[in-house]
Design a protein around this ligand. Sequence first.
Ligand code: NAD
Length: 480
Amino acid sequence: MPNISESEIREVVNLVLNKMKASDTSDWDSTHYGPRKFVGVYSDMNDAISAVQEAYLKVRAMSVEQREAIITEIRRLTRAEAPIMAQLGVSETGMGKVEHKRLKHILVADKTPGTEDIVSNARTGDNGLTLVEMAPFGVVGAITPSTNPSETIICNSIGMIAAGNGVVFNPHPNAIATSNYAVDLVNRASKAAGGPEVLVCSMVKPTLESAAIMQSHPLVRLLVCTGGPGVVKAVLSSGKKAIGAGAGNPPVIVDDTADIKKAGKDIIDGCTFDNNLPCIAEKEVFAFRNIADELISAMLKNGAYMITSEQADALAKIVLVEAKDKKGNTRFVVNRDCVGRDAHVLLAKIGINVSSDIRCIICETDFNHLFVQEELMMPILPIVRVNNIEEAIELAVKAEHGNRHTAHMHSKNIDNLSAFARAVETTIFVKNAPSYAGIGFGGEGHATFTIAGPTGEGITSARSFTRQRRCVMADSFRII
Ligand code: NAD
C-alpha cells in the first residue's frame, strides 16, 4: 500500500466516523480502499459469537505457518494504516495525541509476539514421554478500553490468533469506529493471507447488555478484559476463566542519587505520552526534598508548566467530579471531558493561556491531594517532597492503592531501587527510563496493551491465551 496522504487520512476518518455514528453498515465508497463495509461487525452478539465459533474451527484446522502468515499480514496492514487509526482514535474519542497513537500502533505491529510464543514441553524418564502443549481455549470474549482502542484490538487479535483461538470483541462505546476499523483490518489481513473472511468479530453498538451476553454465552470459554476497576470486577465475577487487566496509578520515586536532568525529562516524556492515557504512565512523583527544586527545573525545561496550589485546587474541581457509588457514598471520578486532553486545553479551563508547546502541568501538593490519589489519565503531575527513602516508599506504595500495576524509580542506589521494587509488588517496575520502556518502547521485552496484574498473566502474549494439555506415552518413545 502506498503512503497515505493527509487528505486521504481525513477523508477515510470522516467517512468512517459518519458511517458509524449512523450505525450504517452498508457498503461505502472510499478512495483507493475501494467500496467496502466493515467485515465482522454484527448487530447481535449471539450472531457475532456464532460467526467467531466458525472462524475458530477454521483457525484450528490451519497449520501454524498459515496462522503466522495471517499475523504477518496484520502487522503489515497495521504499519501501513497506523496514521488512519491514530487520527481516527483522536477524532472519535477526543483523547490523546495523533503522533503518539501512531507510534503505539507501530509498537504493536513490531513487538507483539506471534506463534513463536507458543512452546511445547516434553519430559522423558524411566516411564516414557510426557508432552505438554499449549492449546487454544476456543472462542475468547474480549472487552477493550477507549484509551488504546485499536491498539488493544490488534494486539489481542495477534496473540489470541497465534494461540489458535477465535475472538469476539465488545469494544468501548466511546471508541466504536476506531475499534471496528481495527476489527475490519484484522479480517482484511486474514482474507489477503488466505484465511477466513471473518476471523474476528465485534458489535455495531456494543453495550453492557451485549457484554453480559458475551460473558454468559456457553461458547465463550475465556474472557479477557482491559479496562477500569468496574469492568474487571464484572468479568472476574462471571464464573468463567477470566484475564483481568485493570487500573493503575503509577508512582515515581526520584532519590538524590539519580541523574536529575535525565529523570526530569524521562518523567515528562512518559507522563505526556498520548496525553497520559496509557495505564502505565507516570501519575505522581515523590521527590527527595534535597533534589526537588532541581527536578522541577529540569521538568520546566522539558515542556512542563508549574501551577500554584490554589490553581491546582481550582483545576481539581474541574477535572474531577463528585459521584455516588453503589453504597451511596460520595466519591470523586474523572471528568471524561478532561481525560487525555492537551495540557494547554486543561490550563485554559482555569484561565491560564499558554502555547501548545506546554505538554504537562506540574504542581507541588501534599500526599492527600486528589491529583495524587486519583488515576487522572491527563497530563497533570503532582509532586510530593519526601525526606528519605523510607517515607518515599511508604507514600508511593499507598498511592498505588494495591493495584500492583506499575511503578517507576530514578536512582543509582541499588538498595533503594530493590527496596521499592520489593515493597510495591507491581507487574511492571521501570528504572531510570520513561514509563513506556516497560512495554518494549525503548526497553527490552515484548509489547502488550493488556497488562494483567489482578489475574497474574502480567505482560500478556499468545501463551497467556492458552490452556495446557498433557499427553502421556508410557514406557516408550525414549531414545536414550
Ligand atoms: P472503562 O473501564 O471505562 O471501560 C472498559 C470497557 O469496559 C469498555 O468496553 C466498557 O464499555 C466496558 N464496561 C464498563 N463497565 C462494564 C461492566 N460492568 N460490564 C461489562 N463491560 C463494562 O475503561 P476506559 O476508561 O476506556 O479505560 C481506562 C481504564 O482502563 C483505566 O482505569 C486504565 O488504567 C485501564 N486500563 C488498563 C490497562 C491494562 O493493561 N491493565 C490497559 C488500558 C486501560
